[in-house]
Design a protein around this ligand. Structure first.
Ligand SMILES: C[S@@+](CC[C@H](N)C(=O)[O-])C[C@H]1O[C@@H](n2cnc3c(N)ncnc32)[C@H](O)[C@@H]1O
Length: 259
């Protein structure tokens, strides 16, 4: 026993339990074998900060969405790749609207939950792996803060190139991000400073997720300002075409194929 978590499909286990709580079907976490326990995603940052977030919103229907989720979905057109589809809350609604949507995720458990909820077209892969498939899309969605998947200065051009390789002419990326720099909380401003000192973007989070006895390996997840995003997009196949920051500090960035 080391106290270290066993590496596993944290997100998959989390949304599987959240679905069991939601539907009342299947095993779910109980206190004392009887009382329902809330399903909480534990997010550890590499400075020791720990946060918890309820998993239930991953299953939310449109009535419970944030306004920017609605505005993102309203911008969708054509064949759509939902990158990091999660429990399928967005893909399900697109599918109901008749949009041809593919849900992509690296979590087998999340894909299983999507399937059980009725999402039809699912792929277990990273964007780089899926780019090899020859499938092409008009819209790429990075919702639920999944702009974070661009990670930082090194990964962003590679990630965006993989999307460009799957892009039809006129394609767009619709990404949900968060500007991290409005805070005065010294725990966060200190972390941003630490990151800059070690050559990273201020909001380049180094995280691992935990649920019950499981953990993920440490990974980078980017929360960046619009200016930083513009800098990361420069020189790629994409241009930053629009920013909707009506729900600041959240924003929706739309990228379009350049040229
Ligand atoms: C914060 S959740 C967002 C889920 C969903 N987009 C939503 O809005 O509810 C992040 C999702 O991205 C997936 N993910 C993480 N890294 C990924 C990667 N490299 N490629 C594809 N999906 C990834 C996770 O498994 C998880 O389902």
């Amino acid at each position: 026993m080391t106290g270290e978590p066993r590496i596993g499909d944290v997100f998959g286990e989390l949304v599987r339990d959240a679905l069991a709580v939601h539907t009342g079907v299947g095993p779910r976490p109980l206190a004392g074998g009887r009382l329902p326990r809330p399903v909480i995603e534990i997010i550890e940052r590499d400075d020791g900060l720990i946060n918890g977030a309820p998993a239930a919103p991953y299953l939310d229907g449109p009535q419970d969405w944030q306004p920017h989720d609605h505005r993102a979905v309203d911008r969708v057109r054509g064949a759509t790749l939902d990158v990091g589809v999660g429990a399928g809350r967005i893909a399900l609604v697109l599918q109901e609207r008749g949009v041809p949507v593919t849900g992509l995720d690296i979590s087998p458990g999340a894909l299983q939950v999507c399937r059980r909820r009725g999402v039809r077209d699912l792929v277990r892969a990273t964007v780089d792996e899926h780019a090899e498939s020859g499938r092409r899309y008009d819209t790429f969605l990075l919702l639920g803060n999944n702009l974070g998947l661009i990670e930082g200065r090194e990964r962003a051009p590679v990630f965006l190139a993989a999307l460009a390789a799957m892009a039809r002419p006129g394609a767009q990326v619709i990404a949900h991000g968060t500007d991290p720099y409005g805070t005065r909380d010294p725990v966060h401003t200190g972390y941003h400073e630490l990151n800059r000192r070690r050559g990273r973007l201020g909001g380049q989070l180094r995280l691992r997720l935990r649920y019950r006895e499981l953990g993920t390996p440490w990974f980078d997840y980017l929360v960046c300002s619009v200016d930083e995003l513009a800098e990361l997009v420069r020189g790629t196949a994409w241009r930053l075409a629009d920013v909707d920051d009506r729900d600041a500090p959240y924003y929706l960035a739309t990228l379009r194929l350049a040229g």
